[in-house]
Design a protein around this ligand. Structure first.
Ligand SMILES: Cc1cc2nc3c(=O)[nH]c(=O)nc-3n(C[C@H](O)[C@H](O)[C@H](O)COP(=O)(O)OP(=O)(O)OC[C@H]3O[C@@H](n4cnc5c(N)ncnc54)[C@H](O)[C@@H]3O)c2cc1C
Length: 520
C-alpha cells in the first residue's frame, strides 16, 4: 500500500480529461503535490523493550526502519491522507512487530503490559475512523502489531459450512483459499483488496453484497482472542442461550479489548452464476420504497444499491446507461447462486420492481458497476492532487426516518462547506438494507482550500451532530475509532459507555491496547 495514497501504487490513476474539466468548473484546480522525503520522529522505545520483542517473535520480525514505520502510520481516511501528504507523521509507531502465531501475539501483549508500551493491532490499515491513531502519551512507546504473517486457512468444515481463518488474510487471499474448496465468504467492502479478516471482525464491516451474504458480523460464528488477561475462545455452538452472546463484545471492539487471532466464519458454495443489472427509478424515494418492499417481502437479491439523483448523475450513470432522461436514480441489482436460484430469484425480483414502476436497463449498467467497484478510492487521490477534497461518511436508521436523516445530513454538509463561500457536491446511496431500515452512505466533494483538515473537520462534526439529532447511528460499518468517539455516548448512553469502560478495565487493566480508540 502506498503511504500517502490508496492501494496499489501500480493502479494509481490520473484524473481523466473529461472529469478534470467538470472538476475545474465546479471547484477550480490547484495542483497539490504530496511532500516527499519526510522525516519520521525518532524511535522512542527503549532498546531493552526492542530486545525483548526480538526474543518473542524473532529479530527479523521486529522493524524500526523508516519505511516500515511509515507504512504502518494511521489508516486511509481523507484526513489520514491529507496528513500523510503534508508529511505529518507524528502518529508513526516506534516499532512494527510481526508475530507469527497466537502465542507470539500473547507474548507481545505480556511484554507491552510489563513495559507499559501501547499496542495498535494492524490488519490491512484501511481504517477510515482514526482507529490506528492510538494515544501514546504516558506510554513507553507505541508498537504496531502487524498481523500480516497470520495468513493461514486453519480449518474447513464442509458439513457445518464453516471455515477458520487467521486475521492477517486480506480479502482476496481469504477468498482464494476458500475457492480451493469450492467455497466463498462473499464479503466485498470497497476496501476488499487490502483489508483483512481480523479488521473486518474488529470493525463489524459490511460489504457490497451484504443483501445476499450478510454483514461480516453476521458471518462470524467463532473467535479466538489474545488479551492481556489471557486467551478467550468464543463460539462453541451456532446459537445458544448461555447468557448474552459475548462474541458481540469482541466484534467491533477495534483492538481495544484484545487481538483477534482466528475467526470462524459461515461460508457458502461458490456461486455458479453472477448477474448484475440496472434499474431506473424516477426518484430516490421511489427507489428506496422498492428496496424496502423487496427486503420486507423476503426477496433480497445478492447486491442491492440505489444512488440518489446527484450520485446517479455524477458517478454511476453514463447517459447511455440510464436511458433517455438525464434525471432519475440508478439501482444495481445483483443475483449470485446456482443457475436455478438466480433464475427464480431474478424473476421474482423483476416482477416486484416492474410492478412498482422501475424501468429495467439490462446488464450493461451492472457490468459497468462490477468493473469499477473497487476503483473509486484511486480517483480520490487524483482529486486530492488537484486540490479537491473527497470524503465519505455513513450512518443508519429506520425506514420511517430515512428521508429526514437524508435531508438533515445533506443540509449540514452543504451549510458548513458553504460557510466560507466554498461549494460542495453531496452524493448519497443506499447499499445495506434490513427489514426495518437501511444505511445511508454519503460522498462529499469540495475544494480543499488552505485548511482542508479544518474544513472537513467542521463539516464532519456538523454531519455527526445532525446524525445524533436525528437519533440515527454514528456509524453503520466504518466503526468508531478516534473520530466518532466523541459522539458514541450520545448513541449508547452513559450507561453503555460505562459498560464498555468496565469490559476494557477487565480485559486490559493497564490500558495498553489501542489507547484512546473506541472507548468513550
Ligand atoms: C477506500 C475505502 C473503502 C472502504 N469501504 C468499506 C466498505 O465498503 N465497508 C466497510 O465496512 N468498510 C469499508 N472501509 C473501511 C475499512 O476498510 C474497514 O473498516 C475494514 O474492516 C478495516 O479492515 P483492516 O484490515 O484494514 O483493519 P485496520 O484498518 O488495520 O484496523 C481497523 C481497526 O481494527 C483493529 N484491528 C485490526 N485487526 C485486528 C485484530 N486482528 N484484532 C483486533 N483488532 C484489530 C485496528 O487496531 C483498528 O482499530 C473502507 C475503507 C477505505 C479506505
Amino acid at each position: 500500500m502506498h503511504p500517502q495514497r490508496w492501494g496499489d501504487p501500480a493502479a494509481a490513476t490520473v484524473l481523466p480529461d473529461a472529469a478534470r474539466g467538470l472538476v475545474e468548473l465546479a471547484f477550480g484546480l490547484s495542483e497539490s503535490p504530496a511532500a516527499t522525503d519526510v522525516a519520521l520522529p525518532p524511535v522512542g522505545t527503549d532498546e531493552v523493550v526492542l530486545e525483548a520483542l526480538r526474543a518473542a517473535v524473532g529479530a527479523q520480525h521486529v522493524h524500526v526502519d523508516d519505511e516500515t514505520r511509515r507504512l504502518r502510520t494511521r489508516g486511509k481516511s481523507t484526513p489520514d491522507l491529507l496528513r500523510a501528504r503534508v508529511g505529518d507523521l507524528v502518529d508513526a509507531p516506534d516499532v512494527v512487530v510481526r508475530p507469527g502465531s497466537h502465542e507470539e501475539v500473547a507474548a507481545v501483549l505480556a511484554l507491552a503490559v510489563e513495559h507499559h508500551v501501547a499496542v495498535v493491532p494492524f490488519g490491512g490499515g484501511t481504517c477510515v475512523t482514526g482507529g490506528l491513531a492510538a494515544r501514546r502519551d504516558g506510554f513507553a512507546g507505541l508498537v504496531s502489531l502487524d498481523l500480516v504473517r497470520l495468513d493461514r486457512l486453519l480449518e474447513v468444515d464442509e458439513i457445518s459450512m464453516t471455515a477458520t481463518l487467521e486475521p492477517g488474510l486480506r480479502g482476496p487471499e481469504a477468498e482464494a483459499l476458500l475457492a480451493e474448496h469450492g467455497l466463498c465468504l462473499g464479503h466485498y467492502p470497497q476496501s476488499f483488496q487490502h483489508a483483512s479478516i481480523g479488521g473486518f471482525a474488529a470493525t463489524r464491516s459490511s460489504g457490497q453484497s451484504s443483501a445476499g451474504y450478510g454483514r461480516f458480523d453476521q458471518m462470524v460464528v467463532g473467535l479466538r482472542v489474545a488479551t492481556p488477561r489471557g486467551e478467550w475462545r468464543l463460539g462453541s455452538s451456532p446459537a445458544n442461550a448461555a447468557g448474552p452472546d459475548l462474541r458481540q463484545l469482541v466484534l467491533g471492539s477495534e483492538g481495544a479489548f484484545g487481538v483477534i487471532t482466528a475467526v470462524t466464519v459461515r461460508v457458502r458454495r461458490l456461486p455458479e452464476v453472477k448477474v448484475y443489472e440496472g434499474w431506473r427509478w424516477s426518484s430516490f424515494a421511489e427507489g428506496a420504497t422498492a428496496m424496502r418492499t423487496l427486503v420486507q417481502s423476503g426477496m433480497l437479491p445478492t447486491v442491492l444499491r440505489l444512488s440518489d439523483e446527484a450520485e446517479t448523475g455524477l458517478n454511476l450513470a453514463r447517459p447511455d446507461a440510464i436511458g433517455e432522461e438525464s434525471s432519475g436514480c440508478l439501482m444495481i441489482v445483483g443475483h449470485e447462486g446456482t443457475r436455478a436460484q438466480v433464475e427464480s430469484r431474478r424473476a421474482a425480483v423483476t416482477e416486484v420492481l416492474a410492478g412498482l414502476g422501475g424501468t429495467p436497463l439490462g446488464e450493461e449498467p451492472g457490468r459497468s458497476w462490477e468493473h469499477g467497484r473497487f476503483q473509486a478510492p484511486y480517483l480520490r487521490d487524483s482529486m486530492l492532487d488537484v486540490g479537491v477534497l473527497v470524503e465519505t461518511l455513513e450512518t443508519a436508521t429506520f425506514w420511517s426516518r430515512a428521508d429526514a436523516l437524508y435531508a438533515a445530513v445533506r443540509e449540514a454538509l452543504e451549510r458548513e462547506l458553504g460557510a466560507d463561500g466554498g461549494s460542495a457536491i453531496v452524493l448519497c446511496h443506499l447499499s445495506h438494507v434490513y427489514e426495518t431500515g437501511c444505511s445511508l452512505y454519503f460522498t462529499v466533494a469540495t475544494s480543499a482550500g488552505d485548511d482542508p483538515l479544518g474544513r472537513w473537520g467542521r463539516a464532519k462534526a456538523a454531519a455527526n451532530d445532525a446524525i445524533v439529532a436525528q437519533g440515527a447511528s454514528i456509524t453503520h460499518h466504518h466503526a468508531v475509532g478516534t473520530d466518532h468517539r466523541p459522539w458514541l455516548s450520545a448513541e449508547i448512553g452513559d450507561l453503555g459507555a460505562s459498560v464498555l469502560r468496565a469490559v476494557k478495565a477487565d480485559l486490559d487493566p493497564t490500558g495498553v491496547l489501542n489507547p484512546g480508540v473506541l472507548i468513550p
